[in-house]
Ligand binder design. Structure first.
Ligand code: NAD
Ligand code: MG
Length: 390
């Protein structure tokens, strides 16, 4: 029996995690569940899985949550970052699944690592902000950090076919998002609704917008750099619109090892949960004959400048990736609220990156300070854009 805490249990990844737990009650027990705002769903998950810790982001929501829970569970309600950390460090949990969205994942994930928990990481922002620090703690504590992001799960699996020193290139595939073929001049007019309509995956709002700008792939390049300890020059992005080949590893002898599968997040989630075993998931099988064409193309850095910005952030190093991430979170939120244009997103990120003073990325407070400064910078850029256009 593996006991797990799920941070962000009401999200797209979180619900998929619980779906697998539901299917394998003899293998998994839930120690803790945390969420941001969907109180009713969190309450129903808590009644079903009876965790020791239930946490919601805000105090006012915690009151509603307590009212929805029976006595016995009401006393287990925690709030905010304290609740996320309590869930991440819960004494009986062996593994923590970080499925919250955004920078909120970093602090509880570090706390879980320091408490000796294995991590199933969906929250790529954690490694983007503090990859060097997080991986250092992982190795110091001797815990496992298993990727849930589908591309990284694919690379993790492909790396099992050879020795690290024999790796030539890591090839990260990207679907290209909903605007893959849209002409450059049409990008500025796209609406949040159009950007949220991802062709292959059904995901949370923030990652869906990131997929449309290709910032998601940029974040994944940074994630891969730290997770697999490969220099950025050895990471290449290939657009593969069908999302069947989830990523590939090229070895020095020219062999290329790929992982394929239907686009369903239960596959990488279950692999992180059950590694090194594999679970029967009852999903439809990959039918290669019906896939017709599997195509590959270069990403267009000109139409999707967020991707080269991520490479630049890695090259500048230190806290720059944390700045990129923070400014992007603010810009995506402003786009979702129709305050800015789609094409403003990378510009706001670039402006924040240009304004930052480089600092070391091994200290949590320095990283959190850079995150905060970048958020403020992005807010000012957005306010100026809005006032210039009104
Ligand atoms: P989502 O928006 O569907 O879910 C986010 C979850 O985080 C929700 O449960 C929300 O309530 C919770 N949350 C937000 N703020 C919180 C807070 N302050 N405290 C506690 N919980 C909080 O997002 P998602 O699509 O499930 O993505 C989650 C993470 O996984 C992201 O980092 C994303 O990049 C990554 N990821 C997602 C997918 C996917 O297919 N959805 C694939 C790969 C990676
Ligand atoms: Mg991914």
């Amino acid at each position: 029996m593996k006991v797990i805490s799920v941070l962000g249990s009401t999200g797209s990844i979180g619900q998929n995690v619980l779906e697998i737990v539901r299917r394998y009650p003899e293998r998994y027990r839930i120690a803790a569940l945390t969420a941001g705002s969907r109180v009713e769903l969190l309450a129903s998950q808590a009644k079903e899985f009876q965790p020791d810790i239930i946490s919601i982001a805000r105090e006012d929501l915690a009151d509603t949550l307590r009212q929805l829970l029976p006595p016995g569970l009401q006393e287990r309600v925690h709030v905010g970052m304290e609740g996320n950390v309590a869930a991440a460090t819960s004494a009986c949990a062996q593994m923590v699944i970080t499925a919250v969205v955004g920078s909120v994942g970093l602090v509880p994930t570090l706390a879980a690592i320091d408490a000796g928990k294995d991590i199933g990481l969906a929250n790529k922002e954690t490694l983007v902000m503090a990859g060097r620090l997080v991986m250092h703690r992982v190795s110091e504590m001797g815990v496992r950090l298993l990727p849930i992001d589908s591309e990284h799960s694919a690379i993790f699996q492909a790396l099992e076919a050879g020795r690290r020193q024999d790796v030539n290139t890591i090839l990260l595939t990207a679907s290209g998002g909903p605007f893959r073929t849209l002409p450059k001049e049409d990008l500025q007019g796209v609406s949040p609704g159009q950007a949220l309509a991802h062709p292959n995956w059904n995901m949370g709002q923030k990652i869906s917008i990131d997929s449309a700008t290709l910032m998601n792939k940029g974040l994944e390049v940074i994630e891969a750099r730290w997770l697999f300890d490969v220099p950025p020059e050895q990471i290449q992005v290939v657009v593969h619109p069908q999302s069947i080949v989830h990523s590939l590893v090229e070895y020095v002898d020219g062999s290329v090892v790929a992982q394929l599968g239907i686009p369903d997040m239960q596959i990488p989630i279950s692999y992180a949960l059950s590694y090194p075993e594999r679970l029967q998931l009852g999903l439809s099988q990959l039918d290669l004959v019906r896939c017709n064409d599997l195509t590959f193309e270069d990403p267009d850095f000109d139409r999707f400048p967020a991707l080269p910005l991520a490479f630049e952030a890695l090259q500048r190093g230190g806290v720059t990736p944390a700045v990129l991430n923070a400014a992007n979170e603010i810009a995506v939120d402003a786009f979702l609220h129709e305050r800015i244009l789609f094409t403003d997103i990378p510009e706001i990120v670039a402006a924040a990156m240009a304004a930052v003073t480089p600092a070391d990325d091994m200290d949590l407070n320095t990283i959190l300070h850079a995150d905060q400064t970048a958020r403020e910078h992005a807010q000012r850029t957005i306010a100026k854009l809005v006032s210039d256009r009104s």
